[in-house]
Design a protein. Structure first.
Length: 389
């Protein structure tokens, strides 16, 4: 009992403890030219700039305030200066890295600016060891997580670069991601910093209909001893409740769609009750959707005799949809979702992007959801194997 109380106290402190009413982040960036801009911003759905400053003699200072320890994006860039001074753009640089910030005195150090990871697609996980942020207990815990999971995260990063050259890409990627998930859950179990744990568990969230209830229960169990001491923990528990309705095997919801003749029909009535149905949510204006149709035709040639194919367009304008149908000349059933139904689909299925593919079994249950045509192509042979047994 004493141990449990101690854990609860540690958890509460991790989310609410504020050693000061603001933070001061002082840092050194050897090799950075004067007028290099450093910016700190929160990484949330309400991203906002916390502070910015300029490097002078290799040093900078940032000041701001946070309600709780937060993961932030730190950028170091001389792009604005290069553009203003009309210098050679080849001398421009931009480095970005993420670390926890909390109120108090913090120190950032790195051996040299060139040792930092570059921004966007040039980000190199191996360079995460080339900087340190001291003064934040959340960052100290996160740094340990980065080092412990480095081999897996780096392996995933490298595999993604070789997607087109790797025949079994999706299966290898899923195996490595599963191993990373296990390592992340193990870290959370052995780490006392609630802010760090909540950030890491956020990376374990999976797309709708790709997990079961047991997976959600395991995530919930990681925080069973924690009280709702901060907004982030309450939001995570709200996510778990909402995610329960999107588990694999959930029934496809009824919806009214319009066929290519303008007739309103039931979506459920279009399902194959003697086997599987593939539903492709797309739109004429969606470039990735149109590109995926090239490969979906090939998939249809292989599996169209055993699996029913259905396309549901989210186009608001019928004329644009009809124009695309003539251009594509797809050999399977075509339907369009009206605006109100599209909104309902987005809420029911958590459609955050298209194309999205669903595989529905003979009982009307969603057994697969994804946006990758390659992943879909790997799933369908398994479906056909189950159908023949």
């Amino acid at each position: 009992m004493k141990k449990l109380c101690f854990i609860l106290l540690l958890s509460a402190a991790a989310c609410t403890r504020q050693p000061a009413d603001h933070f001061i982040l002082r840092g050194t960036v050897p090799g950075a030219i004067d007028s290099t801009k450093v910016t700190l911003r929160t990484i949330t759905r309400w991203d906002k700039d916390l502070a910015s400053a300029y490097v002078i003699d290799g040093k900078f200072e940032l000041r701001g305030q946070l309600d709780a320890p937060s993961m932030c994006k730190f950028s170091v860039s001389n792009t604005d200066y290069i553009l203003r001074s009309k210098q050679n753009q080849e001398s421009a640089y931009c480095y970005e890295l993420n670390f926890f910030v909390e109120n108090g005195k913090l120190t950032f150090t790195t051996p040299h600016i060139d040792s930092l990871p570059q921004a966007y697609w040039l980000y190199d996980i191996r360079k995460e060891k080339n900087y340190r942020v001291e003064g934040s207990s959340a960052q100290e815990a996160y740094y340990r997580y980065q080092q412990q999971t480095f081999p897996l995260r780096y392996g995933i990063q490298e595999l993604r670069k070789q997607e087109k050259q790797t025949p079994d890409y999706n299966s290898r990627l899923e195996t490595m991601k599963s191993e990373l998930d296990k390592a992340s859950r193990a870290f959370i179990r052995n780490n006392d910093n609630l802010a760090t744990n909540l950030y890491i568990v956020g990376t374990l969230k999976k797309p709708a209909f790709t997990y079961n209830q047991a997976y959600l229960d395991e995530l919930e169990e990681l925080f069973a001893s924690c009280q709702d001491t901060c907004a982030a923990l309450r939001e995570f528990r709200h996510y778990l409740r909402d995610a329960s309705r999107l588990v694999q095997g959930s029934p496809l919801q009824e919806g009214e769609v319009v066929d290519d003749k303008g007739k309103s029909v039931s979506l459920l009535a279009q399902l194959n009750r003697d086997g599987y149905t593939l539903i492709d949510f797309w739109a004429s204006w969606c470039i990735p959707c149109r590109a995926s149709l090239i490969y979906l035709r090939e998939v249809y040639k292989t599996h169209g005799d055993s699996i029913r194919f259905i396309s549901v367009s989210l186009d608001q304008q019928e004329a644009e949809w009809q124009k695309a149908l003539k251009e594509e000349n797809l050999p399977w059933a075509q339907f369009r979702s009206l605006p109100e139904q599209t909104k309902a689909f987005a809420e029911q299925y958590n459609l955050i992007g298209i194309p999205t593919f669903f595989i529905i079994d003979s009982e009307g249950r969603i057994v697969f959801s994804g946006s990758s045509i390659n992943e879909l192509a790997e799933q369908l042979p398994k479906i056909n194997t189950n159908t023949t047994h």
